[in-house]
Design a protein around this ligand. Sequence first.
Ligand code: LLP
Length: 450
Amino acid sequence: MLTGTMRINSKGHLEIGGCDVVGLASRYGTPLNIMDESLVRTRCRYYLQSMEKHYTNFEVIYAGKAFLTTAMCRLLEEEGMSLDVVSGGELFTALQADFPPARIYFHGNNKTPKEIEMALEAGVGRFIVDSFSELDLLESLAGSMGLQAEVLFRVKPGVMPDTHQYIQTGQVDSKFGFGLTDGQALEAVEKCLGMKHILLRGLHCHIGSQIFHTEPFVQTANIMMSFLREIDVIKNVQLTELNLGGGLGIRYLKDDQPPSIDSLISAMAEAVKTRAVEYNLPLPKLMIEPGRSIVGEAGTSLYTIGTIKEVPGIRRYVSVDGGMSDNLRPALYNAKYEALVANKAEQSRGEVVSIAGKACESGDMLIWDVDLPPLERGDLLAILSTGAYTYSMANNYNRIPRPAVVFVQGGNSDLVIKRESYEDLVMNDLIPKRMRKIKGEPLIKKAANP
Ligand code: LLP
């Protein structure tokens, strides 16, 4: 399953972005996250071109939670994308990269007063307001800073796409957004109309992630348009912006067949245009917020194979030098991946093995039962389609340093996130004075009951 610029070169090695992956491993070490830069750019362009083809007034907003670094922010700006951030940390990353604040959308179900102040100060384009509590907080903070905040309301359209329960978000029983059927969303509109420091521009929704059908998106577009009409009829307010969120699925396995970006956009745009005519509403500015479908297939995780253990008659465990610390998805969602051996990319398969991570946790298995060529210590395992929600969810369980990330394109590689060092791991650790020890001398034991 080769995607983007992947190919097998004359040495029989996997190549991405014109770079021999075996060479990348010796230059940067493993585990290494390799990002096919031109595939990321192509995906941004597909979204923008498709929007241009099917709609007039639009914005494509990349969901930073999928993968965000300062270099990624630069790439997004160059491609004409806007950015969704969900925390002070993501916002800070964007500001560090000098990303235009007016193109930043600030999400989150529990924005802290500090984060809100930071965003107001930076002049972010839109706050996606998630609750009554946030509405009051924003009104008061914007007021005390003498500012007005432009907002979209996050609405729960009540649509449940067929995806993993942990990544469904549009249902009524969800921590995100205002309910539509229970009247909360309309109540929020009413409430904010009386507020001095809030300007309501439109509505937002997001029904979930890794969705393989266009119907739930169309259903959502219809529901949101009918809510725009309700607001128009009941409140005599015509909101001008509609953000339909992200969620398009990607290909993790050979047989996965997600809809194309163009079929998603054309179906959504059609629904919005049809309802606008039917309801006699002006066409809202249409926004979409993809994350996974921009970066997911562009990412490859590269590991070095270490211990190989045979459990007689049961299975062969092949351990790699990373695992749930750099890719939590298999442990958390039972996510499935394809793999190949980067230094034996041409060799025929025939050995079914299971790929184990190195964390002290039985659940740290990256792939169960994958067919690969015969393996030995030192081989390089490439796990495919790992560009989304891997580095961004990476952690230091077992004090395992997080990997490096490189962008590859046209035969060049650029480090965009350095590998974490052991020093980085203890950087924020502090030893209280009462536990101090003179270097080289034994620590004086305290009495059992001080
Ligand atoms: N907009 C909002 C408000 C979101 O909550 C999300 C994802 C997106 C856009 C982007 O959705 P995408 O196009 O990437 O599907 N960690 C999980 C995925 C969590 C998705 C959270 N929200 C995973 O690894 O599958």
